[in-house]
Design a protein around this ligand. Structure first.
Ligand SMILES: Cc1cc2nc3c(=O)[nH]c(=O)nc-3n(C[C@H](O)[C@H](O)[C@H](O)COP(=O)(O)OP(=O)(O)OC[C@H]3O[C@@H](n4cnc5c(N)ncnc54)[C@H](O)[C@@H]3O)c2cc1C
Length: 415
């Protein structure tokens, strides 16, 4: 008799699982499968990925790629090796018929530059008959018939094996509102603390005067996160200033380390616009510059390190906008240097899930077998995708994780 597989959630992880099951069926496996998606259509988040272009994977070797999954790197390595980015590219190009192209930092996109091309191809390959929409799964139960999946409206699906692929809590408007965690919890799974990750940060109103003044400017810089006066995390890369605060890859990277109660505690992000120089070396270099150009405005000299608009607005913070090099006293120079090397932006509130690209935390990895994605608490349950306590850096890592996990789950189901 066919193995019946029910996949709860029609995001990247669920769609990938269904596509791999279809492929195995074409190769002769006796299996039937259904995606049960609570929304009116699957893949709503997928359509938003890569700014609508879908950065579907990152063509690095699995051994390098695993470094982008933080604490979960070793855990996910098995899955990444079993279905690596090259395998993903082959599957998408040859089986789904979507040509891909490589961009900076090994990021892969569809040639059409449209996420819809990827979603349409998955849906077409899986087949509309295998995707049930508006099925908000509220209960998973195991009885003599098998695994019983019950929707909010009372509809039921009975399967032999369930794959939970309900996503995390980020961008809840796309359907991933965290309700999937309850399904896992009902089987005894632990959910590790959840944090919005890969998200921009709002800063306090007095610091927003600066960020709003240079809104849209992106600068390569060092960025450190402080909480209760202690350094919590450090990164480097592009920092983008916005009307509300800071964003860009370096800040998004830090966001997973922002404690939820930071709004009530003293927390800030410190930006270093010259991270390649120590404070002492910077002071020496800047002092020499000041001495060599007495008739130049201090803010013009700072343009050696930061874009002009940033130099001007850091000058406002340090109170040096009208100063010429010749008239610069030590105290003013030091104040300006502090803004350039240690720009301190206080964090108003912890970021919100509604803006976060991914959720840090999720179903504890201790309870899911990394070779198969099978729950250690139920033989008939697999858990994949963002529901798990795995979050990757930006650049195609998170979608690749979904595909790799789906692949090993399907392989194990069909053994
Ligand atoms: C704006 C944005 C841009 C991004 N860009 C990229 C990118 O370019 N590259 C990249 O690698 N990653 C990117 N990510 C991250 C990536 O999109 C996610 O990590 C990934 O899509 C997660 O897939 P998933 O299938 O686990 O969950 P989701 O895509 O969230 O899908 C879960 C699905 O399950 C459904 N569901 C939930 N609960 C139930 C239930 N009880 N019953 C039935 N259905 C349910 C939801 O409706 C949803 O459709 C981006 C994220 C965002 C928000």
């Amino acid at each position: 008799m066919s193995v019946r597989v029910g996949i709860v959630g029609g995001g990247m992880a669920g769609l990938a699982a269904a596509a791999f099951l279809k492929h195995e069926k074409e190769l002769g496996a006796d299996v039937c499968y259904t995606v049960l998606e609570k929304g009116e259509r699957p893949g709503r988040k997928l359509l938003m990925t890569g700014k609508g272009r879908c950065n579907i994977t990152n063509r690095k070797a699995a051994s390098k790629l695993k470094e982008g999954y933080h604490e979960a790197g070793n855990y996910i390595y098995k899955a990444l090796k079993a279905f690596d980015p090259d395998s993903a590219v082959s599957f998408i190009e040859e089986i789904l018929g979507v040509p891909l192209k490589e961009e900076e930092n090994n990021r892969m996109f569809p040639v059409t530059d449209k996420a819809k091309t990827i979603l349409d191809a998955f849906e077409k390959y899986i087949g509309p008959e295998s995707i049930v929409t508006e099925f908000n799964c509220e209960d998973v139960d195991i009885d003599d018939d098998g695994v019983v999946l019950t929707a909010e409206d009372g509809r039921r699906a009975i399967v032999d094996v369930v794959i939970l692929a309900c996503g995390g809590k980020s961008f809840p408007a796309t359907g991933s509102d965290g309700s999937g965690y309850e399904l896992a919890r009902s089987f005894g799974h632990t959910i590790t603390p959840l944090v919005p990750a890969l998200v921009g940060v709002d800063v306090a109103s007095e610091d927003r005067l600066f960020t709003a003044a240079v809104s849209g400017v992106s600068v390569s810089a060092g960025a450190n996160l402080y909480y209760d006066s202690r350094k919590q995390a450090a990164t480097a890369g592009d920092v983008l200033f916005t009307g509300r605060g800071v964003s860009g890859p370096a800040i998004m990277e830090l966001s997973r380390d922002i404690p939820r109660d930071i709004g009530q505690r003293d927390g800030w992000i410190e930006i270093d616009f010259a991270p390649y120089l120590t404070d002492e070396d910077f002071d020496e270099e800047f002092t020499k510059l000041i001495d060599s150009k007495p008739d130049t405005k201090l803010t013009t000299l700072a343009s050696n390190y930061v874009p002009r608009s940033v130099a001007e607005n850091l000058g406002v913070r340090a109170g040096v906008t009208e100063l010429y090099a010749s008239g610069t006293v030590r105290e003013k120079r030091k104040a300006y240097e502090k803004e350039i090397k240690h720009l301190t932006l206080h964090i108003e509130n912890a970021p919100d899930y509604k803006d976060a690209y991914v959720t840090r935390g999720g179903v504890s990895l201790k309870e899911v077998d990394r070779e198969t994605m099978r729950s250690k608490l139920s033989d008939r349950m697999y858990i994949i995708g963002e529901m798990l306590d795995i979050d990757g850096v930006s650049g195609g890592y998170n979608l690749q994780a979904c595909m790799s996990e789906a692949f090993i789950a399907v392989k194990n189901i069909l053994i």
